[in-house]
Design a protein around this ligand. Sequence first.
Ligand code: NAP
Length: 242
Amino acid sequence: MQEMKTALVTGAGRGIAKNLAESGFYVIVNYNGSRENAENVVNEIISSGGRAKALQCNVSDTDAVAKMTDDIKSEFGTIDVLVNNAGIVKDNLIVRMTEKDFDDVISTNLKGTFNTIKYVSKAMIKQRHGRIVNISSVVGIVGNAGQANYAASKAGIIGLTKSAAKELAGRNITVNAVAPGFITTEMTDKLSDDVKEQMMAAIPLKRFGTTKDIADAVAFLVSDNASYITGQVIEVNGGMNM
Ligand code: NAP
């Protein structure tokens, strides 16, 4: 069994995974369907001298998350950091939103986060240390027309974060959320120029965020410098909500 500090990042968060690898973690890059994308992240980390591997698991599948956690524990011994980054959108107005689109988004974003916390925290409780960061969204705080399912999942993540923080604090495990604003990624590239212009008008710092902005907040929360911070929501949004 290898003994090294490990970080599990769900949904193959490229910026987050690379930053954690630079901080010295062996990064387990989780993905569901996009194997090639996860392997690209792993290869980028390895070619810059870091350590990482890709691991398939659908985070909304409870049994699969239990198995993934057991596999990581038997290979590495510990899971020091968990970053819940996996997320999907299925946007529509409430009157047009199907039950399936509501359930799918809640299942991946909220239940997926619950599942990983449930199993990974068991390992962290035994270790008596751990850092958990859940990726929420500004939309979970202020709401957004056309994103009721997504906003509910991201608001739910905030309640889950605070509850887990209270349950796990006695075991030296911190649980925080990062709530990004508008970040330039594949998820937001698809939006029309009109929507992008409207968003920009609402951002006091007058630029869209980068994956590095989010990764830096995550890296801080898992570092020793943040050991007295738990149950918080760090908003990384250029001042979109204050
Ligand atoms: P993205 O490019 O779509 O990445 C999301 C990842 O989640 C995908 O790689 C997807 O991989 C994975 N995923 C989806 N369902 C999964 C499942 N059931 N199990 C495991 N992995 C799964 O989105 P992003 O923009 O990087 O977003 C990352 C996180 O930030 C999300 O939680 C998102 O809600 C949040 N966020 C983003 C923004 C933004 O402006 N971009 C703003 C606020 C919050 P597979 O294809 O392998 O399923």
